[in-house]
Write a protein that binds this ligand. Structure first.
Ligand SMILES: NC(=O)c1ccc[n+]([C@@H]2O[C@H](COP(=O)([O-])OP(=O)(O)OC[C@H]3O[C@@H](n4cnc5c(N)ncnc54)[C@H](OP(=O)(O)O)[C@@H]3O)[C@@H](O)[C@H]2O)c1
Length: 404
């Protein structure tokens, strides 16, 4: 996602000679406020960005490491339709990913059916999205029996719970698809031992299913990982690439099931959500304890980060960000970054160990298999929602022009 956003932003800004800062809200960033983006990027960075946009390139040099990247342009819609002309894609589960991937497959014209438990929350959502009971909406078992490619997008806990019923239906010739390596990689815990005579593949979008859908509708595509767990036909990787494009990916990065699940569980617990929430809370609490008002503490912790700095880091990288801020900010941020890194690295190592040894999987299975897991989460969400930081945030967001 980052590379495409970057490329797009770069093209637009270069063309119009617009400084990136023009869109930033209040921020300590000042140095680049009047400099066009093209002038602030090194020639090498510019070349890299252009390479990222070049169509048909399959091997990309990521900071000295060459990796294979597949792209949507090689799989136009007509080719997808021909490739899957004899297939029924049975997409099981209609949560965030089921919704995004399912609607994209349908809009691409593929023969896709949805399988969810009758009259659950997902069934109602699917009906609202125009899936028709008995035509392209069935209960899980019926959908699997009709499918040649079974896309298991149940929650990870439900994949384990329903496996004894699903496995016998995965007969020779079918393909099993996941969007997370969780179930087969941690098979000792999940009991998801895939049949040995079918292809097992993965397409894991690097983002929420809502983003999978939004980017598709915008004519763009999400970055996804692809992997092959078992290749019986010799076509498993090709099928994963084609399905990856069909569900709405722009670029597909090759990995393994193991690496996908380790990095994903690690990332979401770390910088993507858990770690970042912990940092926000720690910084906010100290500011409040030292006498700062809620609005000041929130603005300095979350609002400036998410509205100004993080999008700029996403678009241009950390070196650019350092170069773009005041000399005062730059000196302090560089100095403190190593202290934070040294303090946090042991925590990240502990987290990685907890992912690799299955502790995180066990916890997730235990919690998410409980019949009242939704209610329990709602209680936790309520506690988070009621934290002062997020109540202050609500008030700050209400002042944004678009919310008035
Ligand atoms: N969310 C993301 O951002 C994301 C990103 C990449 C990959 N993934 C992966 O994609 C897969 C799907 O995740 P998700 O977030 O889209 O969905 P999810 O919210 O985790 O799961 C929701 C689906 O599971 C069904 N379900 C739950 N318990 C069930 C049970 N006991 N029997 C039958 N169905 C049950 C729900 O149906 P009801 O409504 O009937 O309960 C719903 O359709 C997972 O492997 C996940 O790791 C997710």
């Amino acid at each position: 996602m980052a590379s495409r956003t970057f490329g797009k932003g770069l093209r637009a800004a270069s063309k119009a000679n617009i400084p990136v800062q023009a869109t930033a809200r209040r921020t300590f960033v000042s140095a680049l406020a009047v400099r066009p983006v093209s002038a602030t990027l090194s020639k090498a960075a510019l070349t890299r960005a252009v390479q990222q946009q070049t169509r048909g390139v399959k091997t990309i040099d990521f900071a000295g490491s060459k990796e294979t990247v597949y792209e949507r342009e090689d799989w136009p819609r007509e080719k997808l339709l021909e490739y899957f002309q004899n297939d029924t894609l049975a997409l099981i589960g209609y949560g965030s990913q089921g919704h995004g991937q399912g609607l994209n497959l349908r809009d691409n014209g593929l023969n896709v059916i949805i399988g969810v438990r009758k009259n659950g929350a997902s069934w109602k959502e699917a009906v609202q999205d125009g899936w028709i009971p008995g035509t392209n909406l069935f209960d899980v078992d019926e959908a699997i029996s009709k499918g040649t490619i079974v896309m298991n997008l149940l929650s990870d806990a439900a994949q384990s719970e329903t496996w004894p019923a699903i496995k016998p239906q995965l007969t020779k010739g079918k393909t099993l698809y996941f969007s997370h390596g969780f179930s087969p990689v941690f098979k000792d815990l999940t009991k998801v031992d895939v049949p040995t005579d079918i292809d097992v593949i993965l397409v894991a979008p690097k983002g929420s299913g809502r983003t999978v859908r939004t980017l598709f509708r915008e004519g763009r595509g999400i970055n996804s990982s692809i992997a092959v767990y078992q290749d019986v036909t010799g076509k498993a990787e090709e099928k994963a690439v084609a399905l990856g494009v069909a569900v709405g990916s722009g670029y597909l990065y090759k990995t393994t099931f193991e690496k996908e699940v380790y990095s994903d569980l690690y990332g979401e617990r770390g910088c993507l959500m858990g770690g970042i929430h912990g940092m926000f809370l720690a910084q906010y609490e100290v500011l409040r304890e030292r006498g700062h008002s809620p609005s000041e503490a929130f603005n300095e912790t979350v609002e400036e980060a998410t509205q100004s700095l993080y999008p700029l880091i996403g678009a241009n990288g950390m070196d650019w960000m350092y170069a773009a801020c005041s000399t005062t900010a730059r000196r302090g941020a560089i100095d403190w970054s190593s202290k934070f890194k040294d303090t946090l690295k042991p925590v990240f190592n502990e987290l990685y160990d907890s992912v690799r040894d299955g502790t995180e999987t066990k916890r997730s299975l235990e919690f998410n298999s409980q019949p009242d897991y939704r209610e329990k989460y709602e209680q936790e969400m309520k506690q988070i929602r009621e934290l002062e930081i997020w109540r202050a945030g609500k008030a700050v967001r209400s002042l944004r022009p678009e919310n008035q």
